[in-house]
Design a protein around this ligand. Structure first.
Ligand code: ZN
Ligand code: ZN
Length: 368
């Protein structure tokens, strides 16, 4: 990984925002910037370079993994060492940025007590996350591997599905196969939602047995070398009625329309609109209750969010424009309470001219 390039880009962004030092506490951001994969540490990026603070449990790991930052093993709390180090900065006025979205009120209060007077603390939002939005070639290769491993698990899940078996048993087979294939873990709680439960967009596998007839939504992902995969397929137990087939077909066409529009320069809300307008023609858009997709990388949900545009909202999130190297999901769905739901999700990478679909699995309706 090219940590030096990432660190230089962060420094340039900090200079532009007038931030002299940035206290990075969000672990995926730390991993992205210096390579540390442990679960406790603080990275400070500053005019004096980078320093990584952790405790004695991570001495060996920090020295082995951290790139481009001085490693400091704190005697007490890493936060105290980090604050002392920031306080020792030269210069008349130091502006310290903290990751507003990731720091609790309690931590912030403690931090203010530790810092010398005169040091200004600024909340920053998404500074490192913005860098992480565009993946480099090495990251795309890792994401591709994670997606391939994940997609191979669909067969296992499909083989496990039969009426009467609990959703959790299907999830168990899938997760066991994932581990055996080398996954570090699942990127989120596996979703197996059968029958009327398929109308729950986030129906984590429950003890409910698979009914004799109906949709089963399978939404799952693996973590490989730190990178997440995310895919959804909806299968049908028993012969689907015409209405179920039409619903599946509408979601499939909506998903395809959204994938087809993904290209550099396209605003994220346009991808969402492409999916939604197919469903609107089928009078199903009111059952599509979430956004069309999200970025994926070291975390399962990253920027950008492929959401509907809100004219009243001055936030920039829906004005985000796709750029080569972004890896996003495309996952429209339809959920009808009391009946069932369908979702189809692929991961795609934005290329120079359009996009590559990373997920290789079929989108034909599988019936069991
Ligand atoms: Zn998913
Ligand atoms: Zn997703």
């Amino acid at each position: 990984m090219n940590y030096e390039k990432r660190q230089m880009r962060l420094e340039a962004d900090m200079a532009e925002k007038g931030i002299d030092a940035l206290l990075i506490t969000h672990l995926p951001n730390i991993r992205y910037l210096c390579g540390f994969t442990g679960s406790a540490g603080i990275l400070v990026a500053s005019l004096r370079g980078l320093a990584f603070f952790t405790d004695g449990r991570y001495t060996e790991q920090a020295h082995a993994e951290v790139r481009g930052a001085r490693v400091v093993i704190a005697k007490g709390m890493p936060m105290e060492s980090a604050a002392r180090w920031v306080g020792g900065q030269r210069g008349r006025q130091v502006v310290l940025g903290v990751e507003g979205e990731h720091v609790s009120m309690a931590t912030l209060a403690r931090l203010r007590k530790l810092l010398p007077p005169g040091l200004r603390v600024h909340m920053v939002s998404g500074l490192v996350e913005r860098l992480r939005m565009v993946k480099d070639a090495e990251e795309i290769a890792l994401l591709r591997e994670a997606v391939l491993l994940g997609a191979r698990l669909l067969d296992t899940a499909v083989r496990a599905i039969r009426p009467g078996i609990a959703e959790t048993a299907v999830a168990a087979e899938l997760e066991y196969a994932a581990r055996k294939a080398g996954a570090e873990g699942m990127s989120f709680d596996t979703i197996v939602a059968a029958g009327t439960r398929s109308a729950l967009p986030h129906g984590r596998a429950s003890a409910m047995p698979i009914p004799k007839r109906g949709f089963v939504i399978l939404d799952f992902g693996v973590i490989l070398a730190g990178y997440c995969s995310d895919m959804t397929r909806t299968v049908h137990v028993g012969k689907p009625a015409a209405e179920a087939r039409d619903m599946y077909d509408a979601v499939r066409r909506a998903q395809q329309a959204a994938v087809e529009i993904v290209a550099p320069g396209v605003a994220v809300h346009e991808v969402d609109r492409a999916a939604r307008s197919v469903l609107r023609r089928e009078r199903l858009d009111r059952y599509f209750t979430h956004s069309t997709g999200h970025g994926v990388g070291l975390e399962i949900h990253e920027s950008p969010r492929l959401a509907r545009s809100k004219p009243s909202n001055s936030a920039r999130s829906d004005r985000e424009v796709l750029a080569p190297g972004m890896v996003v999901t495309v996952e429209p769905g339809v959920y009808i309470a009391g009946k069932g739901g369908v979702r189809i999700e692929d991961m795609v990478v934005v290329t120079d001219s359009g996009c590559d679909v990373l997920t290789p699995a079929t989108k034909e309706l599988i019936t069991i």
